[in-house]
Design a binder for this molecule. Structure first.
Ligand code: S3P
Length: 442
């Protein structure tokens, strides 16, 4: 597979404005990945609606096509996966290129460790810097043979054909990607594979396995699977991604006069830390019409502007809001008083070092933001205009775009093309609801 070349883009945000109206942000990225993976491994057809047609989930889709799975072309979030069963994947004829997507790489690594063939996983410059030993080491304990680049990074060569044996693994980091990787490997292992996480993380894999009729074992904080079962395809309605909705929660909270309703957002309790944190800061957020769709809780979220205040962020909320800290940092910059985050060293190994890059960007806009090894101390103040480098990190680009609502001058954000990985159409949707944003070719 060849490496897609994305045209680089910058965002230019006129200062001021407010957000208004009802909108639905694109589908949940985590659930979209898993719908393709489990749909491919299932018996029978899986029909997906609400699929995120962003570069990350499309990289997963392309990988399964390259392994012989027939997947219809996504059309407004609808697609069909013709499952090949747990043992029906074919060896890809070339390395699988996963772009910017850590979820694709870590989950596929577990799934491919259990195949009878060899495969190679590659990523872009950011993904090729991210730690992969957190999955390759426990997989090796199950019997997998995986070669990494020096330092334990991609490319990964997964030497299939080595039988896996189930085991028990006490995870050192709270990571849904590691948990999911090992559970997926466990589907192909002899016996039972159990993992325990140091703090709860998103449980979409467990929910979808059960939705596909695969028993998930639970015992006093441990979660596991027994190898050799069978998945049955079905319908998946992917809710809107709370991580994408977050940018509108932020923008509407900080821009006086704003009121927005975000429709059909996934509110799985392992994902709603951002609502808890913003609410502790004084945000005016209301969940309406709570319902359950295909095993995942969903609601419409109404958010209105409010005066935010600084808080000490409770550490137990960190894994439940792990992707939302760029936006929470901007909220803290617009709040009265000081916000303190600790226990979040994981932010340093995301698509960028989100502690360093956010501190640099906030400082460029005149905010007192002090990075610490595992978090940040931010004192709210007056946001000026300025130039910010997103370092190619989608969530950093989008949170600084929303900062423009509160800034006294124009904000220019460099290297925004990767917004396509999780939120295609972000600039257009935000502009339609009141943000003065222009995307320019770099
Ligand atoms: C994800 C898990 C999280 C998150 C990522 C998606 C997933 O990573 O940051 O965007 O879909 O499992 P970690 O589990 O490594 O924290």
């Amino acid at each position: 597979m060849t490496q897609a070349v994305m045209d680089e883009r910058n965002f230019v945000i006129g200062p001021g404005g407010m957000l208004h109206g009802r909108l639905r942000v694109p589908g949940d990225k985590s659930i979209s990945h898993r719908a393709i993976m489990l749909g491919s491994l299932a018996e029978g057809e899986t029909r997906v609606s609400g699929f995120l047609e962003g570069a990350d989930a499309l990289a997963t889709l392309a990988s399964f096509r390259a392994m012989g799975v027939s997947i219809s072309e996504p059309d407004h979030g609808r697609l069909r996966v013709s499952g090949v069963g747990l043992h029906g994947l074919r060896q890809p004829s070339a390395p699988l290129y996963l772009g910017n997507s850590g979820t694709s790489m870590r989950l596929l690594c577990g799934l491919l460790a259990g195949q009878p063939f060899e495969s190679v996983l590659e990523g872009d410059a950011s993904l090729s810097r991210r730690p992969m030993k957190r999955v390759t080491e426990p997989l090796a304990k199950m019997g997998a043979q995986i070669d990494t680049a020096e330092g334990g990074t991609a490319p990964l060569t997964i030497r299939g054909g080595h039988p896996l044996t189930g085991f028990r693994y006490d995870m050192p980091v709270a990571s849904a990607q590691v948990k999911s990787c090992l559970l997926l490997a466990g589907l192909f292992a002899e016996g039972e594979t159990w993992v325990r996480e140091p703090a709860p993380t998103r449980d979409h894999t467990e929910r979808m396995l059960e939705g596909f009729g695969y028993p998930v074992l639970r015992d006093q904080g441990w979660v596991g699977v027994a190898g050799g079962g069978c998945l049955r395809g079905g319908d998946i309605d992917v809710p809107a991604d709370i991580s994408s909705a977050t940018f509108f929660l932020l923008g509407a909270s900080i821009a006086a006069g704003s009121e927005v309703v975000l429709e059909h957002v996934g509110i799985n309790p392992t994902r709603t830390g951002v609502i808890d944190i913003l609410s502790l800061m004084g945000a005016d957020i209301e969940l309406r019409h709570r319902r359950e769709v295909g095993g995942e809780p969903v609601a419409d979220i109404r958010v209105r502007a409010a005066q935010l205040h600084g808080i000490r962020i409770p550490e137990h909320l960190v894994p439940l809001a792990i992707d939302e800290f760029p936006a929470i940092f901007v909220a803290a910059a617009c709040a009265r008083g000081t916000t303190v985050l600790t226990g979040a060293e994981e932010l340093r190994v995301k698509e960028s070092d989100r502690i360093a890059v956010m501190a640099e960007g906030l400082q460029a806009l005149g905010i007192d933001a002090q990075p610490t090894p595992d978090g940040m101390v931010i004192t709210g103040g007056a946001l000026a205009g300025g130039w910010v480098d997103s370092h190619g990190d989608h969530r950093i680009a989008m949170c600084f775009a929303m900062a423009g609502l509160c800034a006294s001058g124009r904000i220019e954000i460099a290297r925004c093309a990767n917004v396509e990985t999780s939120f295609p159409g972000f600039a257009e949707l935000a502009a339609a609801h009141g943000l003065a944003i222009r995307a320019e070719r770099a």
